[in-house]
Design a protein around this ligand. Sequence first.
Ligand code: PLP
Length: 423
Amino acid sequence: MAANQTKKMQLTFEQIRQIEAEHGSPCYIFDEEAFRKNYDDIVKAFSGRYERFILAYSYKTNYIPYLCGIIREKGGWAEVVSRLEYDLALKVGQDPAKIIFNGPVKCYEDIELALANKSIVNLDAMYEVDYVTKYAREHPDEQVRVGLRINIDLSDEASLSQIQDQFKVGRFGFDLEDIEQAASRLTASENIVVNSLHGHSTTPGRSVKCYEVIARMLCDAAERYFAQTVEYINVGGGIYGYIPPEMRWTEVPTFDDYAGAVCGVMNASDWARKHQPRLVLEPGVAMVANALSFVTKVVSTKTIRGKLFVTVDGSAFHVKPTFHRVNQPHRIISAQSTDSRQRFSVVGSTCMEKDYLLTDIVDVMPHRGDYIKIDSVGAYTVVLSPDFIYLSPAIVVNKGGRWCGIRRRQTFDDMFGCYSFDF
Ligand SMILES: Cc1ncc(COP(=O)(O)O)c(C=O)c1O
């Protein structure tokens, strides 16, 4: 078993019926043990090699407040990309000095609040430089610390782009050529220093090599432009977490592999050895993908021109809002045991033809009223599911044998309360 895997709960039909009676169907189930273990395993891998390590959880991947609270309780940091997420971090009691504010769109008030709170603010574009210099002018007695996101060219030896969706050029952060200009505009104010360099890139291969390149570029840029002031080297997120064997299409690096590469660069850099910056990782998928399951109820089964369809009360939006075609691990949970295995697809409750939760699987054929549990649905589901045709499901966690709601099922008023009914 891979180091970062926990054993999944084997829920019985009766247990799920009980969850449905209390919380409705469909429903998400949060595996708190898996989430905590991911945190511990990542921290162990990195801080064992570079002591001054910070895990900043990427809120956007799944910002259920209960999860954010666990991060705070464990001493982790919050990585946020909007004022909405920033306010959520404050609301769950996150120390503002342990919030990293990234993202391409921040207004002056966002930057003003975050700087006043001593959060780490990584700037993405020149307009933010103007905001920071304005803030520094208005607060002449404050030492203003601010970070810069650097756009790192991750093309491989064959000039093939490693950026998500094969974009040749990534759109985030400052081009290396503009760093000097941004730096001189900032440091023209005596009370501004650049304290953080950030280099997140979402790469489809999530390869260890990319992280080595990112860490090296950031250390080199720090040494060259901000040798005395950079306190944080932030390699961003994007690492693989535990991927169940049935979902692997490639060799998956371990946390130790990533940590070995990044910390290796840190420990080999003369500048980093001398200045001992803190190393920041911002994992999202690796923290949460395997920590959420989705339980959905079978509404009907039918055969159309020889193809078997099982229609459920959930939809693809709940398990794969990007509509990828990889089948996540799943289990049919039936009222009566049967061993008749067949090939079928599990299709959802919306009116979209492409609403497939599972495609062409061979498994025990479920009946109306049975349940299907789909695992590894924690990343970019809860945050990306639209209010589409149905109300959003509850999310539950097991606490001492009881299933407690960490989000109740949405109501009609939750959904339509912000619309006008004055016609
Ligand atoms: C700035 C930043 N940090 C961290 C992450 C988290 O990435 P992942 O969920 O792939 O770990 C993202 C995702 O896009 C990001 O944009």
